[in-house]
Design a binder for this molecule. Structure first.
Ligand code: ADP
Length: 291
C-alpha cells in the first residue's frame, strides 16, 4: 500500500502559498506529519482527503488517482478532521448505525455487528446509549475513529487529534491509533513531536509548504548522535549562551532553562552529551530553514 504525492502546489486566493512543490511517499503503517502552525499540514491532509483542490501536482493511492477519481478514493478513505460539527441529540450507537447506513452498509445484521465491534474497539461500548454531544473531548475523538473506520478504509487521515485532550485521554487515543494502523496507511498530522516519536515508524517535517526532512524517527535521530549536549543554566545567562553556542531549543526544567545545543565536539563548560530526541531533530530542521 502506497500513497505518492508528486509536485503538489496550492496557492490560496489571498496569495498564500500553502503547498510548494511538495513530494512525499508514504507506505503502510503510521506516518507522522510534523510542522509548525501554518506549515501546510491541514491543506495537505484536506487535499489528500479530496476535500479541496490543488493547483498542480499528482496524488496516487494504490493506483487510484486521488485528484481525479475522488469517489474511488472516498471508498477507501477514513478521515478524522480537526474539529467535528455539533452532534445532534443522538446516542453513540444510533449515530454510528446511521453513518453506516449512509456509507452503504445495507445488511442490518452485519451493520449491527460492525457497530458493536467498533464501539468495543474504541472502548466506548459502555457509553453506547449516551448522547455523543455529552462526551468528553477524548471520547469524541475516539468516536471519530469509530466513524472513520466504518467501511474498512485503507487510508486513514487524522488531523491534529490530540490537541485539547488531557494526558490520559491522549495516551488512550494514541494506543487506539497504533492498534488500527496494521495493513493501512495512517497519516497523523500534528505539531506534537512526542506523539510522532511514540507512534510513527516513518515521518516528515514540513514547513512553508515544503518537505524539509523525511525519514524514520530512529534514523533521523541517530544522525544527530554524539552532537547534542544539554545543560541547565541560569536564565540571566541565556543570551550569552545564545551567542557562544548553537542552541537547538530550550525548555524549563524545575523553573530553570535546560538548553540543548548542537556541537560536533565536546563543548566543555559542564555540558552533558545526550541521546538525541525527536525534538532536537525537529527544531534543528525548522530553525535551519527559518534562519
Ligand atoms: P497547518 O495545518 O500546518 O497549520 P494550514 O494548511 O492550515 O497549515 O495553512 C497553511 C497556510 O495557508 C497558512 O498560512 C494559512 O494561514 C493559510 N490558509 C489555510 N487555509 C486557508 C484558506 N482557506 N484561505 C487562505 N489561506 C489559508
Amino acid at each position: 500500500m502506497k500513497l505518492e504525492i508528486k509536485n503538489l502546489s496550492k496557492t490560496y486566493e489571498n496569495g498564500i502559498k500553502a503547498l510548494n512543490n511538495l513530494n512525499l511517499t508514504i507506505n503502510s503503517g503510521m506516518f507522522g506529519l510534523l510542522g509548525p502552525n501554518g506549515a501546510g499540514k491541514s491543506t495537505l491532509m484536506r487535499t489528500i482527503a479530496t476535500l479541496q483542490e490543488a493547483d498542480q501536482g499528482e496524488i496516487t493511492f494504490n493506483g487510484i488517482n486521488v485528484l481525479t477519481e475522488k469517489e474511488k478514493l472516498k471508498e477507501v478513505l477514513g478521515y478524522l478532521p480537526q474539529e467535528f460539527g455539533i452532534y445532534p441529540k443522538i446516542s453513540a450507537v444510533e449515530l454510528l448505525n446511521h453513518i453506516a447506513i449512509l456509507k452503504g452498509l445495507s445488511n442490518k445484521k452485519e451493520r449491527k455487528e460492525l457497530v458493536q465491534f467498533l464501539l468495543n474497539q474504541v472502548n466506548l461500548h459502555n457509553f453506547r446509549n449516551k448522547y455523543v454531544s455529552s462526551f468528553s473531548g477524548g471520547m469524541k475523538q475516539r468516536f471519530g475513529i469509530a466513524m472513520a473506520l466504518l467501511g474498512d478504509p485503507k487510508l486513514i487521515i487524522v488531523d491534529e487529534p490530540t490537541a485539547g485532550l488531557d494526558p490520559a485521554e491522549r495516551v488512550r487515543f494514541n494506543n487506539l491509533l497504533s492498534e488500527i494502523s496494521e495493513d493501512k496507511v495512517v497519516i497523523l498530522s500534528t505539531h506534537i513531536v512526542d506523539d510522532v516519536s511514540d507512534l510513527c515508524s516513518d515521518m516528515a517535517i514540513i514547513n512553508s509548504g515544503e518537505v524539509i526532512l523525511n525519514g524514520k524517527p530512529v534514523n533521523v535521530m541517530s544522525e544527530l548522535g554524539g552532537k547534542i549536549w544539554e545543560k541547565i543554566i541560569d536564565k540571566n545567562d541565556f543570551s550569552k549562551y545564545q551567542e557562544d553556542f548553537h542552541i537547538v531549543y530550550s525548555h524549563l526544567n524545575g523553573g530553570k532553562p535546560l538548553i540543548h545545543i548542537f556541537s560536533e565536539e565536546n563543548p566543555g563548560n559542564g555540558f552533558n552529551q545526550i541521546e538525541p530526541k525527536l525534538d532536537d531533530v525537529y527544531f534543528m530542521a525548522i530553525n535551519s530553514v527559518s534562519n
